[in-house]
Design a protein around this ligand. Structure first.
Ligand code: FES
Length: 247
């Protein structure tokens, strides 16, 4: 299988970037997309050229480190998977694949396909923790939580923080990410102590970081590798309204 990768190359944040084409052969449809980039980098090393910078860690759809725009879609042509879960069988022999970094004001490019997502870390720092003493695991399990609430919290907790929601949103909104983090903890009894402050602080930080507002297009839900529902955003807004009234 032979593919042409049209990849965004940018030396560093202030440098001017541009697309560069790489024709790559000896690929198989069973290779993952990241393995294809590895293969391309091995060729570049042999040619004494600078390798393409891209992020990954688990390569299993768990860590949220990978994430690029592929042919105009976050994480590629399929819904609800991460870039590391994409395989070359999704493309045809001879295809040209356009690969870009996430594009958002709050995610400045560091190099090539890597962006700085520390804005997410700062949102987390502003409330995604609990101060309630939960003790050891058996004690925590002794707190009975209704199945519907536990399921809702678990679904929100599935967010891997990859940033696809921001990258795919026409407003570069981080509403889905922030809502998932807030709803995960605010749903549970352990998270109730600072529930109002959490939603106030995390949504404020979201705005400070320069993310746009949510206009409910639903694009984030489609591209989210975990399929986090946009109903989380409505729930966050309801919690925010309540917190603003009650303080
Ligand atoms: S490398 Fe961990 S989710 Fe893709």
């Amino acid at each position: 299988m032979q593919l042409t990768f049209r990849i965004w190359r940018q030396e560093q944040a202030q440098a001017k970037g541009s697309f560069k084409d790489y024709k790559v052969g000896e690929l198989t449809e069973d290779m993952s997309f990241l393995e294809a980039l590895d293969h391309l980098n091995e060729i570049l090393v042999l040619q004494d050229e600078s390798v393409i910078a891209f992020e990954y860690d688990c390569r299993e759809g768990i860590c949220g480190q990978c994430g690029v725009f592929i042919n105009g879609r976050a994480h590629g042509p399929h819904s609800n998977i991460s870039t590391c879960q994409l395989h070359l069988r999704s493309f045809k022999d001879g295809d040209t694949i356009v690969v870009e970094p996430w594009r958002a004001k709050a995610f400045p490019i560091i190099k090539d396909l890597i962006v700085d997502r520390s804005a997410f870390d700062r949102i987390i720092e502003n409330g995604a923790y609990i101060s309630a003493k939960t003790g050891t695991a058996p004690e925590a399990n002794a707190i009975l939580i209704g199945k519907a609430i536990a399921d809702r919290a678990m679904d929100a907790a599935a967010c891997i923080g990859c940033g696809a929601c921001v990258a795919t949103c026409k407003n570069s909104s981080a509403a889905l990410f922030t809502a998932a983090k807030i709803n995960h903890l605010n749903s549970l009894p352990q998270g109730k102590l600072e529930a109002h402050q959490r939603v106030l602080d995390m949504t404020t930080q979201m705005e400070v970081e320069g993310f746009g507002h949510c206009s409910f297009t639903g694009a984030c839900e489609v591209e989210c590798p975990e399929g986090i529902s946009i109903t989380n955003i409505a729930e966050m807004n309801a919690r925010l309204f309540k917190a603003q009234i009650l303080g």
